[in-house]
Design a protein around this ligand. Structure first.
Ligand code: ADP
Ligand code: MG
Length: 385
């Protein structure tokens, strides 16, 4: 099997006609628990996965940036002096947006050398595993090194987010970049979205004989944009009516009062966020005190909350989660923004193939398209290879 790093080096040489001087990589991520809590300034617990985006880089004599990707035919080229967020288009807005975002954190675009970048990846694009954070984090780390900026990883996560918000125009939080830059082998990243404090939490999956199966339903997020906006609006309304800055400021004990003050729908949206924050805290504590065998119920409860209270699941995700639970998984939940995308199941490694057969069968029986399934392991964050 050819290695993605070799592919990137080869692609670089073929595209630019000289050898790359270095290779950097950054992983995609999956969120173990903590959904729609980020913009409510709460808690999330993602992990970096063993699928990576690789950047091969070579310095140039002039002051031009060129970027190419194994996924795209055209090479994008722009003088450093012309890097403006509004001018960047298509996939190249991700890497070029990162170069611009670095200038907002101290890089002097009038002084740094031009670079050629070639990007290759085995992170599935658009499957909810954050190929976008992987490309941003790999490029941010690479440019931070060769431009000798000395920015720390938390700042590089902000750089990736700024690129995605301003250059790409996607209003995303900082979870994905934090996982991609701060993740460690067999561990998750516990992130406080208010303070941006993060802690690495050991998962201990391998020692426990457990694995995480991704079940990508292939259902596209057709209501994703509208549904996401509507959920955010409900959360803001709930916070305002309850007199708090964000839903982060509420605890499970506040829910009784919330029920009397809010309409039923807003109450259920609020209840999801408040209980989900508590489940993230409980998952971190359970991992530390009892190990990963004990978190299954929290994953199941998270799914039920998204299905019934936040109403962002779809029948395919519910079926994947139910079938996993009935066939040996310790817990399962949809992951990501909802309205499609993927579910995760935590299961004994020996039960994974049985699980896959059962899920395939259940999808066929319901007339749903075949899901893509693969095991992921918790991997290390961005590195120079
Ligand atoms: P995801 O859930 O995978 O993050 P996004 O829509 O946020 O989905 O980001 C996917 C986009 O990121 C792609 O459409 C493309 O523009 C860009 N992208 C990700 N990986 C690559 C890559 N290896 N090469 C070129 N562009 C990429
Ligand atoms: Mg993304």
């Amino acid at each position: 099997m050819s290695d993605i790093r070799d592919d990137a080096r080869r692609g670089f040489a073929e595209t630019f006609g000289h050898e790359a001087s270095g290779v950097w990589s950054a992983p995609g991520r999956v969120n173990l628990i903590g959904e729609h809590t980020d913009y409510n300034l709460g808690f999330v617990l993602p992990l970096a996965i063993n699928r990576r985006t690789v950047v091969a880089l070579g310095l140039r004599e002039d002051r031009v940036l060129r970027v190419a990707s194994a996924f795209a035919d055209e090479v994008a080229e722009i003088p450093l002096a012309q890097l403006v967020p509004g001018e960047l288009e298509g996939w190249a807005a991700y890497p070029l947006g990162v170069a611009w975002a670095l200038s907002q954190h101290g890089a002097d675009l009038a002084a740094v050398p031009g670079v050629d970048l070639f990007i290759d990846s085995d992170v599935p694009v658009g499957a909810g595993l954050s190929s976008s954070a992987a490309i941003e984090s790999a490029v941010a780390l690479a440019l931070n090194d060769v431009w000798r900026l000395g920015l720390d990883r938390r700042t590089l996560a902000r750089v990736g987010q700024l690129a995605e918000n301003e250059a790409v125009g996607a209003p995303t939080g900082i979870m994905d970049q934090s996982a991609s830059l701060l993740g460690e082998t067999d561990a998750a990243v516990f992130l406080d979205c208010r303070t941006l404090d993060s802690q690495v939490v050991d998962l201990g999956l391998e020692a426990a004989g457990l694995a995480i199966l991704i079940i990508d339903t292939g259902v596209s997020h057709s209501h994703a944009t509208g549904g996401y906006g509507a959920r955010r609006a409900s959360c803001e309304k709930g916070a305002q009516m309850l007199g708090v800055e964000s839903l982060r400021d509420l605890t499970v004990d506040d829910l009784e009062r919330a029920r009397t003050l809010l309409d039923d729908e807003t109450f259920r949206r609020v209840r999801h966020v408040v209980t989900e924050n508590q489940r993230v805290l409980d998952t971190v504590r359970t991992l530390r005190e009892q190990g990963p065998e004990a978190i299954g119920e929290l994953l199941d409860a998270s799914h039920a909350s998204m299905r019934d209270d936040f109403e962002i699941s779809v029948p395919e995700l519910d079926l994947a989660v139910e079938t996993a639970g009935a066939n040996g998984a310790l817990g399962a939940r949809m992951t990501g923004g909802g309205f499609g995308g993927a579910a995760i199941a935590l299961a004994p490694t020996h039960a994974i193939s049985r699980l896959q057969v059962a899920i395939d069968g259940a999808f066929a029986e319901h007339g749903f398209g075949q899901p893509e399934m693969f095991v992921v392991t918790a991997s290390h964050g961005a590195v120079r290879e």
